[in-house]
Design a binder for this molecule. Structure first.
Ligand code: SAM
Length: 263
């Protein structure tokens, strides 16, 4: 079950991605939830309630896996990324913990791990799940700060008190608890992880700057798309192996360079 904010961006830059996303949604509309106001915005309490209710109705109470990959464009204030995405991450955690059955797994995308808000959220997850690991998979660009928090084996169904605590933090934007309430050994582990991921990112950015210089070169999206298609040797997925069931005639293919993308 996927949840996303389907507000379409207006710039040409996102046009191609929007077309592909719109085609995917069109062919799998019955598997999407957009919340009560139909915006898909999970930071709104009414949408979260609606999504949780609908997901339980559709999937039953034994939900074993929730993934959350939300992010926002922070290019204009990269140094604020961690706090800009915090309400979205909290909202995703609120939904996941409202849905997951005992022993369930939650995978959450986060970014840098410096702020009290982030550290206290990690501590809460660490208290609720048997194992919590933070990964930077090879498929994640080394030059960005995204990491994946993998929480395995929820110890017990999450109580209303915990959900209310998260709701209060969502209302205020503050941390779930103060750092003084968190054991020093846990703070040390987060500090070590935060420094390691920061070092990896810093090293990649430094290497990129020495390779490409600091001058920004604009290469057309079409050129990138063409290069990607050729390097990855992408081929159409045979109809019988497609995840999305095609119940409509295929739409006109979108041309990217010399290649066509169809849904
Ligand atoms: C990295 S993309 C996720 C892509 C997704 N995993 C996929 O395969 O389509 C981040 C997504 O977070 C969504 N997002 C940002 N703010 C949101 C919000 N308040 N509520 C719901 N989704 C949001 C964005 O619209 C974007 O689609």
């Amino acid at each position: 079950m996927k949840v996303l904010n389907h507000n379409l961006h207006s710039t040409e830059f996102y046009c191609f991605i929007q077309v592909a996303a719109a085609m995917l949604i069109r062919y799998s509309l019955d598997r999407w939830l957009f919340g009560l106001d139909n915006t898909g915005d999970v930071t709104k309490s009414l949408n979260r309630k609606h999504i949780v209710q609908q997901a339980k109705e559709n999937l039953g109470s034994n939900i074993r896996l929730v993934t959350a990959d939300g992010s926002l464009d922070c290019q204009l204030s990269p140094s604020e990324q961690e706090m800009i995405v915090y309400p979205l991450i909290l909202a995703e955690v609120h939904i996941a913990l409202s849905l997951l059955a005992k022993s369930g797994v939650f995978v959450l995308k986060m970014f840098t791990l410096f702020e009290t808000q982030t550290i206290s959220l990690l501590y809460l997850l660490n208290s609720l799940f048997k194992h919590v690991d933070i990964h930077k998979p090879v498929t994640s660009k080394p030059g960005n700060s995204e990491v994946y928090v993998v929480c395995k084996c929820l110890l017990a169904e999450v109580s209303d008190n915990i959900l209310s605590l998260i709701q209060s933090a969502l209302d205020t934007g503050g941390p779930l608890m103060s750092l003084s309430e968190i054991p020093r050994s846990f703070l040390q582990q987060v500090r070590t992880a935060a420094a390691k991921f920061k070092d990896m990112q810093e090293q990649t950015i430094t290497e990129n700057m020495s390779t490409y210089g600091t001058q920004v070169t604009f290469i057309s999206n079409e050129k990138y798309a063409r290069e990607y298609l050729s390097r990855m040797r992408l081929k159409p997925i045979p109809a019988d192996q497609s995840v999305v069931v095609m119940s409509y005639p295929r739409t006109k293919p979108v041309k990217v360079g010399d290649n066509f993308l169809t849904a």
